[in-house]
Design a protein around this ligand. Structure first.
Ligand code: MLC
Ligand code: AMP
Length: 500
């Protein structure tokens, strides 16, 4: 069977699919060029049969055409983060064991010698997409894997969450029903394209529905406002840090600019916030500035979107609403029983939107599900007045900064590899801009000459920019409990004290 996404695009051939940094493209363009990409990737074979193809291109037309090409050829697309240093990319390449990397020339250098060392073919865009003969791509069953997204867990390095075509379809159909997508929608996209938020909620939802997705090369508050000001954007989705940045930008603009921006933003039909808790003051200020009450929803790489405030009806500040269509949600207490009404519990999710597995990690996959097949999110919530409120995460070692999920333990491992570091503890400190700010308390080895800057540059060479601790405190010892375990609440308090 031809994938449903492709069949639907065939029905919209003449519609505008993408406004991208590279130009304007119809669904016909996307179909033709993704068929070409599929033929090139197949290189004479019938089917990629689940081979992983890593994609390292800026957000835009090439990214989308290559992703569709991988899907049509029967491969698994593994989008790489364009902001990551070589060390992080090398980790994903080693773990995913791709057969090839598709890279844009501006980013290929980021791979360093890794591709050569691993004997990996690097196919460069735009050459890969240049005209040529196309063959008939294989029939791809929906139950086959489509996408692998790397996501942090509490232990160890990030894991590849494997989503099937059926998972993506279920996620998109659920959001289409809940948020009322139509072919007339026009959505703005500047979120990174290695996460479910940008890939599924925005890009794939738009293309599934025959709508237009306008991709900006990067997030810039003024650029977003200028686009909203034109009044033709119908949908906008972002993380709380972005809404806060937009508010700051509006507040520093002159009166005429403000009123033009506000006027344009008013004509959007829906604005959605998610990936991290939306502070109520941000929701309220955004409503004052734009007249738009943000719709807050809750999701996760492994499950897509789980809970959402309503499209029509009351969007309750500080709450994430109710289960989305097709998603079963339950709360379990520490004993594994259904949480009592009004009491908190772990959010567990089941249904066709839930991912298949962590790549090559059967033990971790098994541990992530209950015996009766519910995915354990590790997030705590409570239901109040029929709506879910997120209480926080079960683990102090999972942080969210600017919508990016990270593991404190992964950062600690990197810092400990520094020769001058005897011990360290990484914590997330509440922060008005980032939600949580990554901070590290470090005990230096006696006589080692360690400075905050040298530690930061050490971390920067090895970790994604958003994982690099923003604050580093050099301390004589780490606070520990009677069992000798580092008490992270006390470490966090060190940074709050430092601010005072
Ligand atoms: C950038 N920096 C960050 C950061 N992003 N630091 C902490 N947290 C982040 N998220 C760093 C930069 O490297 C730089 O460091 C400094 O902060 C200033 O950078 P900036 O230019 O101001 O940041 P910017 O490029 O504007 O990025 C901020 C942002 C971006 C919020 C726009 O992080 C973003 O797009 N976040 C969205 C992530 C997302 O899509 N998450 C969804 C996951 S899926 P220095 O040291 O160089 O100055 C998911 C499921 C669900 O969560 O429910 O959706
Ligand atoms: P990720 O693993 O990057 O997909 O991040 C998923 C995590 O983001 C969830 O497990 C939550 O902890 C968090 N999250 C997503 N949406 C919200 C929200 N609306 N409020 C609070 N936390 C959220």
């Amino acid at each position: 069977m031809t994938l449903e996404l492709i069949q639907r695009a065939e029905r919209n051939r003449s519609s505008q699919a993408l406004l991208a940094p590279e130009g304007v493209f119809s669904y016909a363009d996307l179909l033709d060029v993704s068929a070409l990409a599929a033929t090139r990737l197949l290189a004479g074979r019938d089917d990629l049969e689940g081979a992983r193809i890593c994609v390292l291109t800026p957000p835009g037309w090439e990214y989308t055409a290559v992703q569709w090409g991988v899907w049509r050829a029967g491969g698994i697309a593994v989008p790489l983060a364009t902001s990551h240093p070589t060390a992080e990319l090398a980790y994903v390449l080693a773990d995913a064991e791709p057969e090839a990397i598709v890279a844009h020339p501006s980013l290929a250098g980021r791979l360093g010698n890794v591709a050569a060392e691993r004997g990996l073919t690097v196919l460069q865009t735009p050459a890969l997409l240049r005209e040529g003969p196309t063959g008939g791509p294989p029939a791809v069953d929906e139950e086959r894997a489509a996408l692998m997204l790397y996501t942090s867990g509490t232990t160890g390095r990030p894991k590849g969450a494997v989503l099937t075509h059926a998972n993506i379809r279920a996620q998109v159909e659920s959001l289409t029903e809940a948020w009322g997508w139509t072919p007339q929608d026009h959505i703005l996209l500047h979120l990174p394209l290695h996460h479910v938020h940008g890939i599924v909620n925005v890009l794939t939802s738009a293309l599934w529905n025959g709508a237009t997705c306008e991709i900006l090369p990067r997030f810039s508050p003024v650029d977003v406002w200028e686009r909203l000001a034109r009044g033709d954007v119908t949908l906008y989705m972002a993380v709380p840090t972005v809404f806060r940045r937009l508010i700051e930008s509006w507040e520093s603009a002159d009166a005429a600019t403000r009123s033009a921006w506000t006027e344009g933003a008013r004509s959007c039909r829906l604005m959605v916030s998610g990936s991290a808790a939306l502070p109520v003051p941000t929701l309220e200020r955004w409503e004052q500035v734009t007249g738009q009450r943000l719709l807050e929803r809750y999701g996760m790489t492994e499950i897509g979107m789980g809970l959402s405030n309503p499209l029509d009806g009351h969007r309750r500040p500080g709450y994430v609403g109710t289960p989305l269509p097709g998603v079963a949600v339950r709360l379990l207490d520490d004993e594994g029983s259904a949480a009592q009404p009004g009491a908190g519990g772990e959010i567990q999710v089941r249904g066709p939107t839930v991912f298949r597995e962590y790549w090559k990690r059967p033990t971790e996959t098994a541990a992530a599900f209950t015996d009766d097949g519910w995915f354990r999110t590790g997030d705590q919530a409570v239901v109040e007045g029929g709506s879910y409120r997120i209480l926080g995460r079960s683990s102090v070692d999972i942080l969210k900064t600017g919508g990016e999920k990270i593991s404190a333990l992964e950062i600690e491992d990197v810092l400990r590899a520094h020769e001058g570091v005897e011990d360290c503890a990484v914590v997330g400190v509440p922060d008005p801009d980032w939600g949580e700010r990554v901070c590290a308390a470090v005990v230096a080895r006696p006589s080692a000459r360690v400075t905050r800057e040298s530690l930061r540059s050490f971390a920067k060479a090895r970790l994604a920019p958003y994982k690099v601790p923003k604050d580093i405190l050099l301390v004589d010892g780490l606070p520990r409990n009677a069992m000798g375990k580092v008490t992270k609440a006390e470490v966090r308090a060190l940074f709050s004290m430092d601010e005072d």
